[in-house]
Design a binder for this molecule. Structure first.
Ligand code: GDP
Ligand code: MG
Length: 760
């Protein structure tokens, strides 16, 4: 099968094009560095299907970053049939810099001029015919986002592979041209593949190249010295070559683009103006925190804009008092959009459960079977699924922030803060991805240059509460909101997210001063221009999330719920104990065994005879975090007898647990904290093990257990008795002193080592 590679600068639209060509839903972000590894899909609209490979974004083919190495090795070693070079026309010169390097390889190649929709909007124009002629490659104008011309691009590429292409270099006429030609001849004699490309790299003194061909490298250097070329750059051939490329680009290619000056200038200044406020030196971060809270408020609040506190009688005005619509729209004043969606779906799922139950009873089905299907399986799934709308609304907002280019700016601002904690702003990208799912987030850390910094980042990623943990947060926050007046679900969830972030930063600080000692690596990032998010892109994101969530609900979670039902309805001698006898069930006896572990955290032995459900739920979370709430859903019918009613699915189940076990608010918050911070689900554990390595992974497991246990007990003890802050403060001071002393000792040791080495 044919294999085409997508190569281009970060943020030039490679993944968008990849999705358009292959119909997949890979993550697209207005943010450099989203695609870390290569990804393969298939284009099926041609006569023969074509494999499309999405490579990480690169600015050049030098081996300085992992991305560059991945892309370079792929092109050189796996020899794609064609390279599709994506060029962002709104940034023509810089993008063509890579093009001039790709031209030095002899693979067939086409240039895809992307973002032409932006060009049209600005009124700029590009003379494609002229560019094609000067560059000597097929050039196709496309818009990956709108899907314009992508099929033409593919047919031009398929056309291009029919005729072999000779490697050419724009450097041949430059001062170093003769040196490059000489090196090329030497490499040709050695029968090296792609001699021109390697010759340029040799003259550039590219580290990989000099190692592989030391003799030729010396010859090239001698030649340059002898002929006294390149004086201007003081022997820095790399700079000389970069300069020559840019000179060639501005001389020969730039004139093909005619800019409608004024307009693009206005646009630029608009972006600058926005940045003056949004990335302000000290207001930037507070603005970010306010934006985040606004998002949580829009998604989770039952008291939209706090209107309920001013005008509590919306329901009466609209004449819906007492009807179902009251609960959907006006639970507390006015509901926020996310909550309205949530309530609407909730009405549907609970009705479905009721209908099926009634239907089965009517058919005379065995009540034990009905209990399994309705209470066990459906109860569990529904309590998780009902949160899907809110999860999607939250992710919609996150995607918008990311796609507009705002998140890239947040990373830039946070770099200054992160640096103090020993990591660079580069770590922010995987962390933000962690809000979706830890697995891709951990993989994304691969672009981090410093290995110790990377391992530390992988370890804290689970602290960024993922989508699967959201039902835990929402259900329990909802229940707490009904227990404490004036506390709303939006504030609790926002607070828990912040807690996760704070714990992550503190852990990073501790690790970077003890086991993962080191300085933050430098962070250079180009800020993308602001733009309006593409609707299709956003919907793809959400669809992907929804699909994954529903799939999980009807597989892992369904199986878990059925297992929970069996274990809670049968005793050790396989006797059916039923709802009344749940005390004697297998699950209850296992739960009671592990329950004392959680006593310092508030949800252990201090609860009454039903208290084991919290211990069981916490352990089930290791399989999938959704299982925590699903377990409550599956057990609620037994514990609550008849459900309380008048509350949303999920929230109601937690309320039943609260009533049945006597758990208090501090313990509930500690329970959320524990689930958020402890060992993540199976999938994330496996990924972390792969990324960190077997040896260090043992410590990672221990780290998660210790952190979650410690933080949750702090939350609980402070929650029940504020004075205990004093104890924890003392612990913190002692730890700090310990770390500082350890650091001093290590520094001394390192210094001694260095001195010893120098003397040798
Ligand atoms: P990659 O880093 O090269 O993979 O780039 P992405 O595919 O992630 O896209 C980067 C950003 O550019 C995203 O916000 C896309 O929505 C946007 N984008 C991609 N192609 C186009 C296009 O043709 N027109 C416009 N206006 N935006 C685009
Ligand atoms: Mg990409």
């Amino acid at each position: 099968m044919l294999k085409f590679a997508l190569v281009g600068n970060p943020n030039s639209g490679k993944t968008t094009l990849f999705n358009a060509l292959t119909g997949s839903t890979a993550h697209v972000g207005n943010w450099p560095g989203v695609t870390v590894d290569k990804r393969i899909g298939t284009y099926k609209k041609s006569d023969d299907p074509v494999d499309i490979v999405d490579l990480p974004g690169i600015y050049s083919l030098s081996p300085y970053t992992p991305e560059e190495v991945i892309a370079r090795n792929f092109i050189l070693n796996e020899r794609p049939d064609c390279v599709i070079n994506i060029v962002d026309v709104t940034n023509l010169e810089r993008n063509l810099y890579l093009t001039t390097q790709l031209m030095e390889l002899d693979v067939p190649m086409v240039v895809a001029l992307n973002m032409t929709d932006v060009l049209d909007k600005r009124g700029d124009r590009i003379d494609v015919k002229a560019l094609e002629k000067r560059i000597g490659l097929p050039v196709v104008e496309i818009s990956a986002l709108k899907g314009n011309n992508v099929d033409t691009l593919m047919s031009r590429a398929i056309e291009a592979i029919k005729t072999p292409r000779a490697a050419v270099s724009v450097l041949k006429e430059s001062a170093l041209g003769s040196a490059i030609s000489n090196a090329e001849i030497a490499l040709k004699l050695k029968e090296v593949e792609a001699p021109l490309f390697h010759a340029v790299k040799l003259v550039e003194k590219d580290t990989i190249e000099v190692e592989t061909h030391p003799a030729e490298a010396r010859a090239a250097e001698a030649f340059i010295k002898e002929n006294l070329i390149n004086d201007q750059f003081n022997g820095d051939t790399e700079a000389a070559i970069a300069d020559a490329r840019y000179k060639y680009i501005t001389q020969h290619f730039s004139s093909t683009l005619t800019r409608a000056r004024k307009q693009s200038y206005d646009e630029l200044s608009k972006s600058d103006k926005a940045d003056k406020v949004l990335t302000h030196k000290w207001a930037g971060i507070p603005i970010f925190l306010v934006i985040m809270f606004a998002i949580f408020h829009l998604t989770f609040s039952e008291n939209f804009l706090y209107l309920g506190s001013i005008i509590p009688s919306f329901g009466e005005w609209c004449g819906v008092e007492g009807s179902a619509a009251k609960g959907v729209f006006f639970a507390g004043g006015l509901n926020s959009p996310g909550v309205i969606l949530f309530n609407a779906l909730d009405l549907l799922t609970s009705s479905i459960g009721g209908w099926i139950g009634a239907g089965l009873e009517g058919l005379g089905v065995n009540p034990v079977l009905i209990s399994l299907l309705i209470d066990g399986a459906w109860g569990g799934i529904a309590s998780v699924l009902s949160f899907l709308p809110q999860i999607l609304v939250l992710f919609l907002f996150f995607s918008i922030l990311e796609d507009t280019g705002y998140m890239a700016r947040v990373a830039f601002m946070l770099d200054r803060i992160f640096r103090r904690f020993g990591v660079s702003g580069r770590a922010f990208m995987p962390m933000i991805m962690g809000f979706g799912c830890s697995v891709p987030a951990m993989i994304n850390t691969r672009t981090m240059a410093d290995e110790k910094e990377r391992q530390a980042t992988v370890r804290v990623i689970p602290f960024f509460s993922c989508g699967a943990k959201m039902p835990i947060l929402l259900a329990i926050a909802g229940a707490i909101a009904t227990m404490v007046d004036g506390l709303n679900a939006d504030l609790i969830t926002y607070g828990m997210y912040l807690l996760g972030i704070v714990v992550a930063l503190v852990s990073l600080l501790v690790m970077r001063n003890t086991t993962q000692r080191g300085e933050a690596s430098p962070f250079i990032m180009e800020l993308p221009t602001y733009h309006i998010p593409g609707f299709k892109n956003l919907m793809l994101h959400l669809w992907d999330k929804a699909k994954h969530f529903i799939q999980k609900a009807f597989t892992i979670i369904l199986v878990s719920c059925i297992a929970i039902w069996f274990l809670s309805n049968f005793g050790w001698s396989w006797n059916y104990v039923g709802e009344e006898g749940m005390d004697q069930s297998i699950l209850a006896s296992i739960g009671r065994l592990i329950q004392p572990i959680f006593t310092p955290l508030g949800f252990g032995s201090q609860l009454n005879e039903n208290g084991w459900v919290f211990a069981v739920a916490a352990v089930l979370g290791l399989i999938a975090k959704e299982d925590v709430i699903a377990a409550f859903g599956a057990l609620a019918a037994c514990l609550g007898g008849t459900l309380l009613g008048g509350m949303e699915e999920g929230v109601e189940e937690v309320a039943v647990m609260v009533a049945a076990t006597g758990i208090d608010v501090p313990a509930l918050i500690s329970f959320i904290a524990f689930n958020m911070l402890t060992v993540p689900c199976f999938a994330a554990v496996a990924t972390a093990r792969g990324e960190i390595g077997k040896e260090k992974f043992k410590w990672t497991l221990l780290f998660w257990i210790v952190v979650s246990y410690l933080v949750s007990s702090i939350v609980y003890t402070v929650g029940i008795a504020v004075w205990s802050i004093a104890i924890w403060a003392a612990v913190a001071v002692l730890t700090t002193v310990g770390i500082v002393a350890y650091n001093k000792a290590m520094d001394k040791k390192e210094n001694e080592k260095r001195l010893l080495n120098e003397r040798k």
